[in-house]
Design a protein. Structure first.
Length: 330
């Protein structure tokens, strides 16, 4: 069943109020969130007041703000009706997208929703830039995702890779990044080669573990269907029928970048992600990401996707921190 919405009679105290009625109290609880935290988030973001009255929500505020809040609540309730989860990030994503993302509107890719389905969770883009990025990952053999930390560049790339792997479109997933220390010397690390390089690869393990159960992930890695390795280990290989991600590409040298890009084999997709503001290469060594961007721009088969602080999907403070550093020239 759907929900109904009606504007209350034009009494003086209700002139700026819209009532929404929700037939399923269980879904309404999910919509409101624990201690009404979802409603509080909407109130803060859209400058409205929301009061719960039994199975109704009263939305109060200026007409434009109230209209946006009503559309948002209807959209979020439809999401819950479809059996999908709802958290603070999902609410923020719906607000940013500025549209009702009901089930009918989530169609994008042939035979599927505009949603990435993995074994552990479903993932969807939360900003227009993310939406365009994910679309390009499905349609281009080589894609670049360039922008600040927290914008979902690597996370979405790994999610698309897992989705394509589970769908049988590729035979393996290969995740790589340069083993470059971020502004500090870690010294000699104990253990064998895997023990030494794993700390550099940990962000990729973290992303992958979000989408696959631990035992399945371990088995796929043992069978070499999933590989996580430093960039230096890619030399001499041809990466065929694989979904390949190079993370932190701003820390690849020009020679390393050329080496990696020329590994692309038949039936593969390759994604390069990086943040031009976080280059950790020694002074005087140019970033291979910047050179690739300059040389490859204009090739139709390659997509370049750019993100800004508006696309940050971590804690809201992260976007403000990035903006402050950009304004300060850091």
């Amino acid at each position: 069943m759907g929900l109904s919405a009606f504007t209350s009679p034009p009494a003086p105290d209700a002139a700026h109020e819209t009532l929404l009625e929700f037939p399923d109290n269980r879904l309404l609880i999910g919509l409101c969130g624990e201690h009404d935290r979802n409603l509080a988030q909407i109130e803060q973001r859209l400058s409205v007041q929301i009061i719960r009255r039994g199975n109704q929500l009263a939305v109060m505020g200026a007409r434009g703000d109230r209209s946006r809040a009503v559309s948002l609540l209807q959209s979020l309730y439809a999401r819950l009706e479809a059996g999908r989860e709802l958290d603070a990030g999902d609410i923020e994503g719906h607000i940013r997208m500025g549209e009702e993302t009901t089930a009918d509107q989530l169609q994008m890719f042939p035979g599927g929703r505009f949603e990435l389905r993995t074994r552990k969770k479903h993932v969807e883009p939360r900003t227009e830039a993310q939406k365009a990025y994910v679309g390009n990952l499905f349609t281009h053999d080589l894609s670049f995702g360039i922008g600040p930390a927290g914008t979902g560049k690597t996370y979405l790339a790994v999610a698309v890779g897992v989705t394509m792997f589970l769908g049988g479109h590729v035979d393996k997933i290969i995740l790589s990044r340069p083993a470059v220390e971020a502004g500090e010397r870690l010294g000699f690390l104990p253990g064998d080669m895997k023990d030494k390089v794993d700390p550099y690869m940990q962000p990729l393990y973290d992303a992958l573990s979000d989408f696959l159960p631990g035992k399945q992930m371990q088995k796929l890695m043992e069978d070499k269907q999933i590989e996580i390795a430093p960039l230096a280990f890619m030399r001499g290989r041809t990466l065929s029928n694989a979904f390949v991600v190079l993370d932190e590409a701003q820390n690849a040298t020009a020679m390393q970048m050329k080496m990696f890009l020329t590994r692309l084999g038949e039936g593969s997709r390759m994604v390069i992600t990086g943040d031009r503001s976080q280059v950790d290469l020694p002074k005087g060594i140019a970033s291979g990401l910047s050179e690739a961007e300059r040389l490859l721009d204009g090739i139709d088969a390659i997509s370049f996707n750019y993100f800004t602080s508006k696309d940050v999907v971590r804690h809201p403070l992260v976007a403000r921190i990035i903006e402050a550093y950009d304004a300060g020239g850091a």
